[in-house]
Design a protein. Structure first.
Length: 74
């Protein structure tokens, strides 16, 4: 089971496999913790914030997943 690392966010994945959980989590990140700004964000790119105090990062959906996983490896 995968849990969201955002403070105050109680989201958890309910998925049969780690891969499915990751996919759900990536979707959750994009839906709940991403934003669209006025600057041009290319198609397929997302903006994510991995931590409450962190900076917004413009990246691809896939890279967002990797970045998030890395943030759990500390
Ligand atoms: Zn969350």
């Amino acid at each position: 089971m995968k849990r969201c690392s955002h403070p105050g966010c109680s989201w958890r994945s309910i998925a049969p496999s780690e891969d499915a959980a990751l996919a759900q989590f990536a979707e959750h990140l994009v839906e709940s913790h991403s934003k669209t700004v006025d600057v041009d964000i290319p198609e397929g790119m997302v903006q994510i914030k991995l931590h409450e105090e962190g900076e917004w990062v413009t990246t691809t959906f896939e890279e967002a997943r990797k970045l998030h996983d890395r943030s759990h490896d500390d």
